[in-house]
Design a protein around this ligand. Structure first.
Ligand SMILES: Cc1cc2nc3c(=O)[nH]c(=O)nc-3n(C[C@H](O)[C@H](O)[C@H](O)COP(=O)(O)OP(=O)(O)OC[C@H]3O[C@@H](n4cnc5c(N)ncnc54)[C@H](O)[C@@H]3O)c2cc1C
Length: 338
């Protein structure tokens, strides 16, 4: 594919709708929200792309959330996500339809998929973006992401190749709102896999057998920090999270100390979360932690230091020993539930 100096034949902002085990991953609504924002400058169409098996019935929902068009590739070959197959399908569609900007979720699948699609479409990609804007004169996308371990924010542009691709960090943006009955176009894309190459195959999917949720999607997160003291100290955090049907989060200090795995880390170099309730137990509330959870609806801080930044930020700040407070909360919930 040639280097693009004139992007006028590339039009529209596309959002990839990831489907996992037959369900649409809600990050697509965040992507549509971002796309609509970019479109205020671009004034082109916002489209969504669905690839999967039995996914056609999800197209109208994406229109209701703000997509003008939905491209659907619905075929048994897409039953399970396999990078090579999905990449060939998506690349063919991109080369044919020529979108201008392309947003994908920075999920585990999205990261792997997007980088392959960028290579096969011969274009550039900014990974894990948390901020995006379009330059009004050049129509170039400016995608910002944390760089050098979060020590600086880098704004990246892709000047000469199209589409400009970005993976968007889940939970970094609000979701597009639903408007029932919106009009849009659903385009069923014919699937011809006869020329596609496949060297890997899907074997099986094993669900992580944890009794608490993943922080990425949980509506309640109970997080522990250095104040928890050691790995055993996380048991009380875990007990409350389990009781509330939520997830266990952690500060980087706790993760770096080896008390809990990295996938629980909230913050600039961890994950961004936006739960309805975030309980911060023994977390001081440094800026890098707040960057990952500051948009939570309700924040409860449990800390023995009333001057800790988290205590100032929280909706409800409780001063005291976190273990005593967690145990008292668990006891009270159990009492009320009988
Ligand atoms: C580039 C960069 C990226 C970073 N990314 C992240 C990130 O993604 N996420 C992240 O969390 N941090 C990140 N950090 C680290 C961040 O700056 C802080 O060091 C870290 O968040 C501190 O964790 P903490 O609040 O658990 O520990 P501390 O700051 O040590 O706070 C511990 C708190 O526990 C309280 N406490 C202690 N004992 C008790 C008790 N018994 N009961 C009640 N309260 C108690 C204390 O009063 C204190 O407020 C990053 C730093 C840098 C430089």
């Amino acid at each position: 594919m040639p280097i693009i100096t004139d992007d006028k034949e590339y039009k529209g902002v596309w959002c990839y709708g990831e489907v996992r085990h037959g369900n649409l991953v809600p990050t697509i609504y965040e992507l549509i929200h971002v796309a609509k924002g970019l479109n205020e400058t671009l004034k082109e169409d916002v489209s969504a792309v669905l690839i999967g098996h039995g996914v056609s019935d999800k197209a109208q929902d994406l229109i209701d959330h703000g997509a003008d068009k939905v491209y659907v590739m619905d075929d048994p070959i897409f039953e399970n996500f396999v990078d090579e197959i999905y990449t060939q399908a998506f690349t063919e569609l991109i080369l044919k339809e020529k979108p201008n900007k392309l947003l994908l979720p920075a999920s585990t699948i999205g990261r792997s998929f997007a980088s392959r699609v960028a290579v096969t479409s011969n274009t550039g990609i900014t990974a894990d973006s948390t901020e995006m804007a379009v330059d009004a004169d050049t129509r170039v996308l400016r995608a910002t992401r944390p760089a050098f371990g979060g020590n600086l924010m880098a704004t990246i542009v892709c000047k000469k190749h199209r589409p400009e691709m970005v993976t968007v960090r889940p939970m970094s943006f609000p979701r597009a709102e639903k408007q029932d009955g919106r009009q849009g176009q659903i385009i069923q894309v014919p699937v011809d896999a006869s020329q596609w190459k496949q060297r890997t195959k899907f074997v099986k999917f094993e669900v992580n057998q944890e009794d608490v949720q993943d922080i990425a999607t949980a509506e309640v997160i109970v997080s522990g920090g250095r104040g928890v003291g050691n790995a055993k100290g996380f048991e009380a955090v875990h007990d409350l999270a389990k009781l509330l049907g939520g997830a266990v989060g952690a500060s980087r200090a706790a993760v770096d100390a080896g008390w809990i795995e990295y996938r629980h880390q909230v913050g600039l170099t961890g994950r961004t979360v936006r739960p309805k309730l975030y309980v911060a137990a023994g977390i001081s509330g440094q800026i890098q932690h707040l960057a990952g959870m500051g948009s939570s609806d309700v924040i409860v801080a449990l800390n023995k230091d009333p001057e800790a930044p988290m205590m100032k930020l929280a909706t409800l700040s409780v001063e005291g020993d976190l273990f005593e407070l967690l145990q008292a909360t668990i006891k009270e919930i159990n009492r009320r539930r009988g």
